[in-house]
Write a protein that binds this ligand. Structure first.
Ligand code: PMP
Length: 291
């Protein structure tokens, strides 16, 4: 079936879903986006995704020309029009058409588009055997220049780190902040379990995106009565951890077994990581907006 794309208030066929070459989303990466999933007809944590989208837009002083209620409806309609129950949804708001200068004042109407497609799952062996990852030499953007909390269309910082991962033939890379503390990965947040059984994740101010999956996992950990510590840590804590895992909308929870060629613990996915994944999967069908 030909996919229907939501574009500025209309559902159009893929071939008709076109954006101007003068759109500042394309010319300058001026815009914001979200990656959302539907599980068995449930738009998981849609409200949280929309809150983050509108906060990202506010941070770049861009007004989204729709209310959150209208945006919710647009997402629901797009997924339904494509007859999907399990889906990956890409929601993008660009600054819109302007002239060739960077000045957003000349962009009069943001463009909104929503793509709903089948989910491309990561290979099963990633979950079963865990990932080998590296630390990129590319540092995370400094918040004083461009806050990593903005999910903007300007992903070059992460792309440069991803290219380093490609070069080393691994699927992800840790990004440190300017001070050398672990911030996150190129498209996922990072967690550790230390040898005392405490769970650690970098605080957002170290330069991490406020991941929706990150928050869900923190809540699950708290519900389990375990200690979650949001405090800066270095590669020392990563290399000496008992477990390491990544979280993200596409990845869900994925174990890490090797960082920079060093094995994490016995080199197998950790027990808590596996347990968290099971608990996470159970709530994905419940918490959200129904199609
Ligand atoms: N960090 C970055 C840089 C990301 O792009 C993403 C989303 N792919 C994440 C973390 C994970 O966030 P979420 O759980 O909201 O998908």
């Amino acid at each position: 079936m030909e996919r229907l794309i939501y574009l500025n208030g209309e559902l159009v066929e893929r071939k008709q879903a076109k954006i101007s070459v003068f759109d500042h989303g394309l010319l300058y990466g001026d815009g914001v986006f979200e990656g959302i999933r539907a599980y068995s007809g449930n738009l998981f944590k849609l409200k949280e995704h929309l809150d983050r989208l509108y906060n990202s837009a506010a941070a770049i002083e861009m007004e989204i020309p729709m209310t959150k209620e209208e945006m919710t409806r647009a997402v629901v309609d797009t997924v339904n029009a494509n007859k999907l129950r399990d889906a990956y949804i890409r929601l993008v708001v660009t600054r819109g058409v302007g002239d060739l200068g960077i000045n957003p004042v000349k962009c009069f109407e943001p463009a909104v588009f929503i793509i709903a497609d089948k989910v491309t799952l990561y290979p099963e062996e990633y979950y079963k055997n865990g990932l080998n990852i590296i630390t990129a030499s590319t540092r995370r953007n400094i918040p004083e220049a461009l806050s990593p909390r903005i999910k903007s269309l300007n992903y070059l910082n992460n792309i440069m780190a991803k290219i380093e991962a490609n070069r080393m033939k691994v699927p992800e890379a840790i990004m440190l902040n300017r001070e050398g503390y672990v911030a996150e990965c190129t498209g996922d947040n990072i967690f550790l379990v230390n040898t005392r059984g405490e769970v650690l994740t970098p605080p957002l101010y170290t330069g991490a995106l406020n991941g929706i999956t990150r928050t869900v996992i923190i809540d699950i950990i708290k519900d389990m009565g375990l200690k979650i510590i949001e405090a800066p840590f270095t590669l020392f804590e990563v290399y000496s951890s008992a477990e390491c895992f990544l979280t993200g909308t596409a990845a869900e929870i994925i174990p890490v077994v090797d960082v920079d060629g060093r094995k994490i613990a016995d080199g197998r996915p950790g027990e808590l990581t596996i347990k968290l994944k099971e608990k996470f999967r159970k709530i994905t069908k419940k918490d959200g907006v129904k199609l």
